[in-house]
Design a protein around this ligand. Structure first.
Ligand SMILES: O=C(CO)[C@@H](O)[C@H](O)COP(=O)(O)O
Length: 220
């Protein structure tokens, strides 16, 4: 399926954690398309963030799709809790469990969209055998764990190769990029073929008065 109009998914990792409900409502009003929720377990990645109870509590603050990126291992035991909490898209890493295809089926069986995430050093080959089973592929353009890192240019070639593979399949698989995305790198991601941009610093920087302009700058 051809590249879709760009959707902007603010990463709430860069929001004010003391006011997450208001932050989500504010980016929703400012024109965001999805809400990106980074779930980190403290050992798959060196940071600890958001449990399913928090996702459930946040759900009522926006009607936008919740795009939940699970940076946890093992992943399968916690997928049902995030599905029940209100995730719409659930993405995981091929390194996070022994049976990638089974995890995709688990997510889809719960009525959710399934995504696979490629770290900067994870090759394209990790997604190829299951590409047709996915609703989304997320290319990490930083090593996951923290916001505010610099975009890794070498990931643009991976995005371009995925664009070709998705177009060849002709399926509506979203191609998402996350990490160091700002108005300048966003352009290069879109040219390479991305159609969902995750951004933390570039959306939440400057406070709520800037959110609408920040989102517009990324989209344009
Ligand atoms: O998942 C992650 C980091 O692990 C990202 O979602 C970051 O939260 C993006 O932050 P910026 O690079 O846009 O500041």
């Amino acid at each position: 399926m051809a590249q879709q109009p760009v959707r902007i998914a603010p990463s709430i990792l860069s929001a004010d954690f003391a006011a997450l409900g208001q932050e989500i409502a504010a980016v929703t009003a400012a024109g965001a398309d999805w809400i990106h929720v980074d779930v980190m377990d403290g050992h798959f990645v060196p940071n600890l963030t958001i449990g399913p109870m928090v996702v459930k509590a946040l759900r009522k603050h926006s009607a936008l799709p919740f795009d939940v990126h699970l940076m946890i291992t093992p992943v399968d035991p916690l997928v049902p809790a995030y599905a029940e909490a209100g995730a719409d898209v659930i993405s995981f890493h091929p390194e996070a469990g022994p049976h990638v295809h089974r995890t995709i089926q688990l997510i889809k069986g719960l009525g959710k969209k399934a995504g696979l995430v490629l770290n900067p050093a994870t090759p394209l080959a990790a997604v190829e055998p299951v590409l047709g089973d996915l609703d989304l592929v997320l290319v990490m353009s930083v090593n996951p764990g923290f916001g505010g890192q610099a975009f890794i240019d070498s990931q643009l070639a991976k995005i371009a190769a995925l664009r070709k593979a998705i177009d060849a399949l002709g399926k509506p698989i979203a191609l998402e990029v996350d990490g160091g995305v700002n108005a300048e790198t966003a352009k290069r991601c879109i040219v390479a073929g991305a159609d969902v941009l995750v951004a933390g610093t570039a959306v939440f920087g400057g406070g709520p008065a800037r959110y609408a302009d920040n989102i517009k700058a990324l989209r344009s």
